[in-house]
Design a protein around this ligand. Structure first.
Ligand code: HEM
Length: 326
C-alpha cells in the first residue's frame, strides 16, 4: 500500500513537473529559436529503438507462455538479447576508439566508464550463456504453465510478468547505451543516434511503469514467499521499493537534465523540444541521472538478482522464482 502511494505520488510529481514546464516553455523565446540536431536518414535510429522495444516485449511474452516449447524459445530469445549486448560491445564499441579517446571527462568518475562497459559486457555474456544452458534444461520440461492475467496470492499473473520482463529487457540496453552515448566525442556521426535510442527506450520504460503502477492497483501483488526469514523479508521489501523509486527517478531526471541542457527528448520519430530555458541547473540533474542513480541502481539491481539467485540455488526454495518466472 505504502509503495503504491509513494509510486503514485512520485509519478504525479513527474507529470506535474512536465505540465508546469510546458506552460513555462511557451513563454520562452530561447526555446522558440531552438534548432533540433539532425536525425539519421530514414529515421534508422527510431527503427533500432523499436526493434529493442519489440524484442523485449516478445521475449517477456514468450518466457511466460503456457506451452513449454514456446517458453524454451523465450529463454533462447532472452539469451540472444544478452549475447547481442555483448556482441555490440566486443564487435562494435571496442573498435570505435571511443573507449581509448572518449569525450573529455566532466568529472574524475567518468574515467570509470570503459571499465563499467567491460564489466557490463562480461555480465551480459555470462547471462547469455547461462540462459542458453537453462533453455537446454527447460527443453525436457513438458509441463504447461497455467497462469491467469491477474496476480494471485502466490504468483504474478501474465500482465505483471509481461511488464516486469519487458522493463528488465529495456534496462539491460538502456544502461550500456547511456554510458556509451555519454562517451562519444561531439561531432561523431552516430552520436545523436545513440541519444535517440536511449531517450526513446527511457520514455518507453517510464510509460510501462505508469501502466504497471495502475495495474498494481487493479491486481494486488502476491505476498513475499513464505519461506523468507523476517530479515530477508525486510530486505526484499526495501529493494522492491527502491527499484520502483529508480524506475521513476531515472527517466524523470534524464528528461529534466536533457531539457535544461537545451536538447530534445525523443520518442521514436517524435521530438519534444526542450521545455525549460537553457540553464546550468542541468548539471545538478545530470549529477543525479549520470552518477548518483546509476551507481545506486547497480547496488539495488545486484541485490535484487543475487537475492533471487540465492533463494533459488542456495536456499533451494523454488517459491521466489516461481512468483515471477516459470
Ligand atoms: C529508465 C530510464 C533510464 C535509465 C535507466 C537511464 C540510464 C542512464 C545511464 C546509466 C546513463 C549513463 C550515465 C553516465 O555514465 O554518464 C545515462 C545517460 C544519459 N541519459 Fe539516461 N536513462 C534513462 C532515461 C533517460 C531519459 C528518459 C532521458 C531523456 C529524455 C535520458 C537522457 C540521458 C542522456 C542525455 C544521457 C547522457 C548524458 C551525457 O551525454 O553525458 N535518460 N542514462
Amino acid at each position: 500500500m505504502i509503495i503504491h502511494r509513494l509510486s503514485f505520488g512520485l509519478a504525479f510529481f513527474a507529470l506535474g513537473l512536465v505540465s508546469l514546464a510546458a506552460a513555462d516553455a511557451s513563454a520562452n523565446s530561447a526555446v522558440a529559436s531552438y534548432v533540433p540536431p539532425a536525425r539519421m536518414e530514414g529515421n534508422m535510429d527510431s527503427w533500432v529503438a523499436l526493434a529493442i522495444v519489440v524484442s523485449s516485449l516478445v521475449t517477456a511474452w514468450t518466457i511466460s507462455f503456457s506451452a513449454p516449447g514456446v517458453r524454451v524459445f523465450g529463454t533462447i530469445l532472452a539469451a540472444s538479447g544478452c549475447l547481442a549486448v555483448a556482441a555490440w560491445f566486443f564487435l562494435f564499441v571496442v573498435n570505435t576508439g571511443v573507449l581509448e579517446q572518449p569525450k573529455p571527462n566532466q568529472t574524475p568518475m567518468d574515467s570509470a566508464k570503459p571499465a563499467l562497459l567491460w564489466i557490463q559486457a562480461m555480465i551480459a555474456l555470462s547471462a547469455g550463456l547461462f540462459l542458453l544452458l537453462l533453455a537446454r534444461r527447460q527443453a525436457s520440461n513438458r509441463e504447461s504453465l497455467v497462469l491467469t492475467a491477474a496476480n494471485n496470492k502466490h504468483r504474478y499473473g501474465r500482465v505483471s510478468r509481461l511488464l516486469h520482463w519487458t522493463t528488465a529487457g529495456l534496462f539491460l540496453s538502456l544502461i550500456p547505451i547511456g554510458i556509451f552515448a555519454s562517451m562519444i566525442p561531439e561531432g561523431t556521426e552516430y552520436r545523436n543516434a545513440y541519444y535517440v535510442v536511449h531517450k526513446t527506450i527511457g520514455v518507453t520504460a517510464f510509460l510501462l511503469l505508469l501502466i504497471r503502477l495502475a495495474w498494481n492497483r487493479l491486481s494486488r501483488r502476491p505476498a513475499l514467499d513464505a519461506s523468507l526469514t523476517p530479515r530477508e523479508r525486510k530486505l526484499a521489501g526495501g529493494v522492491h521499493k527502491m527499484l520502483y523509486f529508480m524506475m521513476i527517478a531515472l527517466p524523470v531526471t534524464g528528461f529534466v537534465m536533457t531539457s535544461l541542457h537545451g536538447y530534445p527528448t525523443y520518442f521514436f520519430i517524435w521530438e519534444l523540444v526542450p521545455l525549460w530555458p537553457k540553464s546550468d541547473a542541468y548539471i545538478i540533474w545530470g549529477g543525479i541521472h549520470k552518477y548518483l542513480l546509476p551507481y545506486l541502481i547497480y547496488i539495488i539491481l545486484g541485490a535484487h538478482i543475487l537475492g533471487a539467485l540465492k533463494h533459488q540455488f542456495i536456499d533451494k526454495h523454488q517459491g521466489a522464482f516461481k512468483r515471477m518466472g516459470s
